[in-house]
Design a protein around this ligand. Sequence first.
Ligand SMILES: [Zn+2]
Length: 185
Amino acid sequence: MSTKRALQLEIRQYRNAERLLLLGARVPIVMEMTRLSSWFLRKLSLEIRGEAPRKGQVPNSDQWYLRRQNNLEASLFCATYESLKKVADAGTDECALLVGAYSQVRAAFGAAGVAAGMSIDRAWWLVKSVQIKNLRRARCRVCQGRYLQAWSRLERSFLCWECRQQGYAVTGGRAPRLVRRGAAS
Ligand SMILES: [Zn+2]
């Protein structure tokens, strides 16, 4: 690798580490994404956030994303990540996609006055879970919205929570229909 390219790569790694740490990412995750040392990242975190990096376990379960209150945010994150990836040029790395999609979803929730609950660590794990096909987005047969579901429990006639609450159901393999008046109507 030429010296110039090596230098550019190094600068990009530092920049990525800074962006991830500012969003509150845990050190093991930043290490994996940037290949920088744990010692250096702890020092960097202290410098840019004025506090030691958060400790504790890195996310390792898909259940969080499937809970109703988290599913919309996680699904929106996936959609944003995919659309950013589609238009990304060859120089865009995974970290830029992660940070970009995460920031966009936060901004959208902020604009709607809704508190976002997904940490950057969980967003990182979500990207992995989709890549290794633990989770995928399924299309609701009523509203056509795409929501995260476990691959292992994919339903052929998937209905999202919102539509089910509105009173829709699939019976006997037929098209979804309104079987009762929903609580919200
Ligand atoms: Zn729906």
